[in-house]
Design a protein around this ligand. Structure first.
Ligand SMILES: [Zn+2]
Length: 56
């Protein structure tokens, strides 16, 4: 289980999407749960990470 960076709830690792949040030209790795993904997708400062590790 891992924490969603947005809502802070616990989710299984596989359901969380790794995203990049750009703040002041710095990139931060975020783990975003499915319900928060629809919110952050409307935020132009969030990007999907291209090289996603799916097996951990
Ligand atoms: Zn969330």
């Amino acid at each position: 289980m891992e924490k969603c960076s947005s809502c802070k709830k616990q989710f299984p690792e596989s359901t969380l999407k790794t995203m990049v949040h750009i703040i002041d030209r710095k990139a931060y790795i975020k783990k975003i749960c499915p319900s928060c993904q629809s919110i952050v997708l409307n935020n132009p400062n969030y990007y999907y990470l291209g090289d996603e590790k799916k097996s951990q």
